[in-house]
Design a protein around this ligand. Sequence first.
Ligand code: HEC
Ligand code: HEC
Ligand code: HEC
Ligand code: HEC
Ligand code: HEC
Ligand code: HEC
Length: 510
Amino acid sequence: MAKSPLVEEPGKPDESPPPPLSRNLITYAGWGVTIVAAVMTLVLVASDILFHREQPYNAMVTYLIMPGVVGAGVGLIFLGIAVEWVRRHRSAPHYYPPLPTVDLNKDWMRRRILLGAGMLTVLFGTSAVGIYQTYHYTESTEFCGLVCHQVMEPEYTSYQHSPHARVLCTECHIGTGAEWYVRSKVDGLRQVYAMLTNTYTLPIEVPVHNLRPARDTCEQCHWPGHFSGEMVRQIWHFSPDQANTPMRYSMLMKVGGGKPRIGEGQGEGIHWHISPDVTVRYWPTDWSRMEIPWVEVTVADEEPQIFRATGYEDLNPPEDEIRVMDCIDCHNRPAHMFKSPRQLVDASLAEGRLSTSLPYIRRYAVEILEAPYESTGEALEAIGRELRERYAARMEGPQGRAMVERNIGWLRDLYQENFFPEHNVDWRVYPDHIGHFEFPGCNRCHAGDHYELETGITISHDCNLCHEIIEQVVGEATRQPVSFDSEEFRHPRGMEDLWRGNNCTDCHAP
Ligand code: HEC
Ligand code: HEC
Ligand code: HEC
Ligand code: HEC
Ligand code: HEC
Ligand code: HEC
């Protein structure tokens, strides 16, 4: 930069600058580390944006480790300055190295300020992007599921086969807002510590400690006042006989929802518990919430109704242990479903993945999946060995062999998606609260033994309260559409056949 005579005092030469405090080895090293790490981070971020590969460990280096190194570099710069100050102070007792004075009349000072400001801008610019990306990364599914791979593998695997496979872990486990973000990271640090010191227990204890209320998570996507009406569910079972005889039944699930007791039919049904005007509170005897001897219902501003289980007539539970019922009290496995061998095999036979033409396949497959294994490897090996042994005769022809191998492959997939012996996790560990077949579920309250002291009214156990069985068929081929007394459309207003030969839109289009 050329000297400007206007700002210089005439006749007085420019002072030579005192050696700055930053002129020391530590600070130089700091600059080196910062610049190299910042450039590398920029390159990594650019390549992540340009090529976008789903590689969790790359993302961890880019968004956690490299920014950490940049931070450490900046730390070194300041550390060097501090050490240099102390050194100069020690070398001359009572000498306090002056802090820099800003004098914009000095050329060298202007240059230094410009340079410093430029560097700071670049640094802040990159770190703003970096902090944002780092925040994003710590919210990603890979971060949750894979960095803690060891511990959460069963949850990550089951999640990928769930209806919520495209929902971020954090959308259910953390929700929005800074408070829960910070809480989760603090909690995360505790978990990392437990992992490093090997003080965690498997399986992971549920219900999850400090899980955020469904209001702030599930209900960000699902609206509790939504009226679902009735849904048909078709359930398959197969017999452990030679023919794997199928049976299926179709049930009308009365999901309902909406506002309670207003209008005809609305506000009834299964989702009544979470209607905006209904509050169901309950007290479980223990942490796992499997036994619920006390239930309280408040509808709009009516008096609360209290139901107690037989044998708990005198119970008045402590207020701080009472839980308000929400989605998770029924849908506790929306993302991590570990299914039972029976459920898995029946569903696969219904879908045609396992071959019903293999005699006794239902029985063998369930037996093999139920057997205890020390490791996944052992189980996969056993699945192959057992099926090949049992269908040895078929293994002789190429077609039979291909079919047995296909069944082995599918059974192995089922095993790997639902059983985690290394983590002590399978369907027995995490009860599913929907239904009442393999676990008590609804019957924790609806078993018919919860009643109101004064009136004797019980919480209903009526088989048609929640569903109606509309079809039961034994022995028919698989994959039939639901068929119950279906009838032809009768056009309203007494014009029953009006629609024949026409499209509805011919007359009803706006
Ligand atoms: C649709 C919402 C949802 C999503 C998405 C989700 N979870 Fe969960 N998660 C739950 C619920 C609900 C529970 C069980 C809570 C309870 O019983 O208290 C749970 C439980 C867990 C548990 C405790 C052990 C267990 O199996 O119950 C872990 C660990 C876990 N989730 C990790 C993850 C990870 C990792 C991801 C992302 C890969 C994820 N979750 C995605 C809702 C979700
Ligand atoms: C980020 C949005 C989002 C969040 C958060 C979310 N869900 Fe969902 N959920 C969906 C979507 C989308 C579907 C439909 C998926 C499909 O049909 O493939 C769905 C489907 C479902 C279903 C029907 C599953 C089925 O078998 O068809 C249930 C039950 C459900 N969610 C419960 C929950 C519960 C309980 C929570 C909270 C723990 C939750 N959801 C959180 C978006 C979300
Ligand atoms: C009392 C238990 C219970 C509670 C509480 C509950 N559900 Fe359900 N929900 C059910 C049952 C049972 C079904 C029928 C599904 C089935 O048979 O698999 C269902 C069905 C659903 C479906 C699929 C039906 C549809 O319309 O697509 C969704 C989505 C759903 N629930 C979301 C939620 C959400 C979100 C909450 C919390 C606001 C919630 N549920 C609270 C028991 C419950
Ligand atoms: C914490 C206890 C509890 C659990 C668990 C529970 N319920 Fe309920 N449920 C109640 C209470 C209390 C009522 C109200 C009883 C009454 O009014 O007589 C009720 C009422 C109902 C009703 C009738 C609603 C109406 O008025 O139309 C249905 C349907 C229902 N429950 C289905 C289910 C299903 C399905 C499950 C399991 C997925 C379930 N409940 C789990 C406590 C529970
Ligand atoms: C409080 C509500 C409720 C009551 C009362 C109730 N059920 Fe259910 N039932 C359910 C739910 C929820 C499911 C689970 C549907 C699913 O798998 O999504 C279910 C499932 C079933 C199944 C299918 C099980 C399977 O997977 O094969 C049968 C059969 C059944 N119920 C019969 C009955 C009978 C019989 C009664 C009367 C003693 C009864 N239910 C009372 C809610 C109820
Ligand atoms: C040839 C003309 C025509 C065809 C085709 C037709 N409709 Fe209509 N629909 C009518 C007329 C006319 C009415 C009586 C309208 C009124 O009274 O305001 C009616 C009334 C109805 C109504 C009573 C409710 C309303 O909006 O008034 C329903 C529901 C309906 N039609 C359904 C259907 C369906 C579904 C189809 C196709 C399968 C169909 N219609 C085909 C002419 C037709």
